[in-house]
Design a protein around this ligand. Structure first.
Ligand SMILES: Cc1cc2nc3c(=O)[nH]c(=O)nc-3n(C[C@H](O)[C@H](O)[C@H](O)COP(=O)(O)OP(=O)(O)OC[C@H]3O[C@@H](n4cnc5c(N)ncnc54)[C@H](O)[C@@H]3O)c2cc1C
Length: 261
């Protein structure tokens, strides 16, 4: 039997499904169930046949029509609603093929148009029970997002040759993330920093890593924190020293990544 198991699957999946609620302390299981899941998103992936201006080669362009757009999106999501007016939709646009033109034949591009948050329970869970209605809803929302993106790329809709659409249900299906959450449990003040789930769990030999733990959403930090937590629990080493070492290593790793680009 393995001495130690490290889970990168999301918090609720790990404890309620993989370990099983029946094997957990009741109070701890309740705590896990009460965690607020992070938001998901809605993304349109396009293949287009058109030339695009080189000025759009700047990572992810965030296009928010008004200062209040982001806040408004979150307010709507809290009521399981979404902004559907193309004039008001806030979105991110990234075009990987401007960064690396070798990915496609000349004259073609790939684009991702992202809007978030997209509530899991939008229109009765995206009408997901009925495949036809689900597809219609996806297409309708995608058209609005494409229209919104035409502010940056006029006539975009006329040049589409491939279209794929992701909803929170897609993220749930392909990543097993509860409710398709992009960041595991939400980064609310109640669930941030030291209030996040620690790498070492109450289940003997089970450790967590990934967006759910302290150092969340920092790929360098979370994996190192897990490894050091395991090391610490075995050797009884001073926790503060480990924390300092993790931070130094994470900074080095970040520096290496930046240097490569
Ligand atoms: C479309 C999109 C855009 C994003 N953009 C950004 C961004 O711009 N900036 C940013 O900081 N973050 C972004 N994020 C969030 C970021 O990608 C995640 O926070 C990060 O990938 C989480 O890493 P992780 O290691 O915790 O989990 P993941 O990378 O999600 O890994 C978890 C793994 O566990 C597996 N798993 C789940 N359940 C089970 C199970 N029951 N059994 C076995 N395996 C299981 C999953 O398949 C997956 O491989 C984005 C996320 C998405 C989806």
């Amino acid at each position: 039997m393995a001495e130690c198991v490290i889970s990168n699957a999301d918090t609720k999946q790990t404890f309620l499904n993989l370990v099983g609620e029946e094997n957990l302390d009741k109070k701890f299981a309740e705590k896990i169930k009460e965690f607020q899941q992070s938001v998901s998103g809605f993304v349109v992936h396009l293949g287009v046949e058109m030339e695009l201006p080189k000025e759009l080669n700047c990572g992810c362009i965030m296009c928010f029509p008004e200062y209040s757009t982001a806040e408004n999106n979150f307010k709507l999501a809290s009521k399981n609603e979404m902004e559907t007016n193309p004039e008001k939709i806030g979105f991110g646009l990234s075009i990987p093929t401007l960064k690396d033109p070798d990915l496609v034949p000349a004259g073609f591009h790939t684009l991702d148009i992202i809007t978030m948050p997209a509530p899991y329970r939008y229109q009765n869970q995206w009408k997901g029970e009925n495949k036809e209605e689900y597809n219609m809803l996806k297409e309708k929302m995608a058209d609005k997002l494409i229209k919104a993106a035409e502010k940056l790329i006029p006539q975009l809709s006329k040049h589409i040759i491939v279209k794929d659409i992701s909803t929170p249900l897609t993220y749930e299906r392909y990543t097993s993330a509860t409710e398709g959450g992009w960041y595991d449990i939400a980064c609310t003040p109640k669930q941030s920093l030291l209030k996040r789930t620690p790498a070492k769990t109450p289940v003997n030999g089970l450790y967590l890593t990934g967006a759910k733990i302290f150092g969340a959403r920092n790929v360098c930090l979370d994996k190192q924190w897990t490894v050091h937590s395991r090391y610490y629990s075995e050797r009884k080493i001073n926790k503060r020293k480990i924390y300092a070492k993790v931070l130094i290593n994470a900074d080095r790793a970040r520096f290496e990544t930046l240097r490569r680009y």
